[in-house]
Design a binder for this molecule. Structure first.
Ligand SMILES: NC(=O)c1ccc[n+]([C@@H]2O[C@H](COP(=O)([O-])OP(=O)(O)OC[C@H]3O[C@@H](n4cnc5c(N)ncnc54)[C@H](OP(=O)(O)O)[C@@H]3O)[C@@H](O)[C@H]2O)c1
Length: 304
């Protein structure tokens, strides 16, 4: 994970496939002595793109997934467990996770409400007493469409409590132990809805923009301490959270597909793990537009 793990990667150069050794520290992208010049530059390019130490080997790794009783978090817990990780799943209601944990010693259910700071501290303390956490995934999320013409302060604050403040609680609870070990990775589920303002996103969008901003600063501060940081920006994923949407969601994917993209992103050492690309590509372009073009385009596309 973010310990200096050495991984053997296969690098393909024309017909020949040669093994290249890429040291997990992105600052030292090393290539094995038997590689050709072309494969060496490919590996160096890959090293340049890797903003985090790649996480490819999950066996023996311990992952705490917060907000993982359903949807993307649950699918991610399942994918990580299938890859060999020990997973700890937290949320308020266990759904089927308790049964899963009863059958599999590599799965642990730890009930927790992220809006209760004392509960978060106590849970993190208990988990850390059992052993180090290699990766924490913050997937807890709440969404209800809201427009400024029908403002609801309670609901605005509820979004902030779960989506943003909960992340602060969890990160503050695990970071000291990661800093002490100079190792670990923090990954937060943000959203493309946080990239720019969108109608109906009055309550949700700002919390996601804040999470992405938070992740950027965490990355800058923790890069020299052996701790990886990534931000996950999904498009539309079919989960209980989006089941309330009454419109046809473009480029909709399944939670399992989302989890697969996340594992790929972590394996590539990406900071910004966004998917599906056929959707996020257009939103990245929209992000670059000046407001005088952006506002009318968004109104045209959404009809709002
Ligand atoms: N689905 C999408 O299209 C999409 C797109 C972009 C980003 N995202 C983000 O991806 C993340 C996962 O969303 P999802 O779509 O998988 O939704 P989901 O299925 O509704 O999952 C949300 C999870 O958060 C937990 N949670 C909610 N409030 C909590 C609290 N107070 N304390 C602890 N856990 C809490 C829920 O469990 P309990 O209710 O039992 O606590 C559930 O496990 C969210 O951050 C969401 O904003 C989703």
């Amino acid at each position: 994970m973010n310990r200096p793990v050495t991984d053997a990667h296969l690098v393909t150069t024309g017909a020949a496939t040669v093994a290249a050794t890429v040291v997990a520290d992105p600052a030292i992208p090393k290539v094995g002595p038997t590689t050709s010049k072309a494969s060496s530059s490919k590996a160096q390019a890959r090293g340049w793109l890797q903003l985090n130490a790649p996480m490819t080997e999950w066996s023996g790794r311990r992952v705490w997934l917060v907000g993982a009783s359903t949807g993307i978090g649950l699918a991610c817990a399942e994918a990580l467990r299938a890859a060999g990780a020990q997973v700890v799943v937290s949320a308020r209601k266990p759904q089927g996770v308790k049964d899963w944990a009863a059958k599999d010693a590599g799965v642990q259910w730890q009930e927790m409400d992220v809006s209760d700071p004392e509960q978060v501290k106590a849970t993190a303390r208990a988990l850390l007493a059992q052993g180090p956490i290699d990766l924490v995934v913050y997937a807890a999320g709440y969404y209800k469409a809201q427009r400024a013409t029908d403002i609801d302060l309670q609901n605005l604050l509820q979004h902030d409590t779960v989506n943003y403040q909960g992340a602060l609680q969890v990160i503050s609870a695990v970071l000291p132990s990661m800093l002490a070990r100079q190792s670990g990775h923090i990954s937060v589920l943000s959203s493309v809805a946080g990239w720019r303002g969108l109608p109906n996103g009055l309550a949700y969008g700002p919390t996601k923009a804040a999470l992405t901003h938070l992740a950027e600063i965490l990355y800058l501060d923790l890069q020299d301490h052996g701790i990886g940081v990534s931000v996950v920006n999904p498009g539309f994923v079919a989960t209980p959270l989006t089941a309330q949407n009454e419109f046809t969601m473009p480029a909709l994917i399944s939670p399992a597909q989302a989890a697969s993209e996340m594992l790929k992103g972590w394996a590539r050492g990406e900071f910004d793990i966004h998917f599906p690309k056929r959707f996020t590509f257009w939103l990245k372009l929209l992000r670059l537009l000046p407001y005088r073009l952006y506002f009318p385009l968004v109104r045209k596309f959404t009809g709002l």
